[in-house]
Design a protein around this ligand. Sequence first.
Ligand code: HEM
Length: 408
Amino acid sequence: MPDQGQTIVHDVPLNVAQQPDPYPLFERIREHGAVQRVRLNPALEVWMVTGYDEAVSALTDPRLSSSPVRVNGLAEEMARQERTNVLMASMLVADGADHTRLRNLVSKAFTARRVEELAPRVREHTDAFLDAIAPKGSADLVAEFALPLPMAVLSELIGIPAEGQPEFARLAVGLIMPPNTPERLAKGARARAELTAFFEPLIAARKAEPRDDLLSALCAAQAEERISDRELTAMAILLTLAGHETTASLIANGVHALLRHPDQFAALRDDPSLLPGAIEELLRYEGPVSRGVARFTVEDFEIAGVTVPAGEMIIIGLAAANRDPARYDRPDILDIARREMPQQLAFGHGVHFCLGAPLARAEARIAIGSLLRRFPDLRLAAPDEVLTRREGILRGMATLPVTFAPQG
Ligand code: HEM
């Protein structure tokens, strides 16, 4: 029976590196009920949804907002952030008409058709990264493949020049750290200021001389007053940020999971038609957004026998929901040929459903498919126990050392 969530507060560390395998913790929390109190850091207690059905209904309920300015006790801090944090002007934390307006400005760039047009370019980048490692017989697939591939693809789409990519990647790391200490909060604020400064000259250049990229399209929208200057900068940062570490983690986590399950690796290598379903299963089994997405109650909100008062923060635990035994048969088993797939929540659900999902899926299919085809004997080059998770709020790998027969 659920205990109404009031008595127990479960600790959920925000930094993924501190907790290499969060799934047993999610399972323990769920045993107390699908909606529970959790402590993200000593000063921050919030609610967490761990059930699949409950997560879906929460993500479509108008009583939940994506805007943190509504949180009790944080109003002052949030009002300050609203003024200083450029990402508070992004679609991710917008509701209603503002959200629709911002999302519509870029949604055409991420349709399935547009992504299909991008696929040959994704393949070229993939081949180039794999060509570079092929003669060596060993590689760190995080640094040499999973991280640079989505950065190369997004940069072309958005309009970041190649020489700016390492700088963007360095700055972006500051934004995926958990904001749970004053130092980290300050570092995040610095990273946002530096990213704003990073995009400033690029935006000015596109305004002066438009090209065939998303930044130029956004500048045109800004000229027609459909988006403000601040929203334009927020959009550029959000798109690059949201599409980089996430896709990199899907590729790295996915390859890592396959290498730990040689039967699944072999099945996929021998039958590439399994790829689309395999990507969905990898997203379910070890999705990059391992804590979940935040929502804020606009009014009292009853869910799973619990009433969450207005003004509270709720984490919708996407990764926890993706292993809910009420939804999936043998949820902790990786099975790339699952019958009940492809439904999973790694890209969220509802109006904020990941805009880049078609692109992320295509990149993962091309990246993992090409890797297995070219290196059929791929193996982990270090014992799994010594591999660490990347620091931050997303679940990714710090390194992924592999070996294979050298080529060429
Ligand atoms: C939103 C996950 C790749 C752009 C989201 C959300 C999730 C998510 C869970 C929902 C946030 C919420 O409900 O609050 C992922 C994962 C990815 C990925 C797991 C890779 C495996 C991408 C890519 C892009 C992208 C490649 C493209 C640049 C966005 C944007 C939003 C979003 C713009 C905000 C949508 C909105 O607020 O309406 N993503 N994402 N993502 N994602 Fe992704």
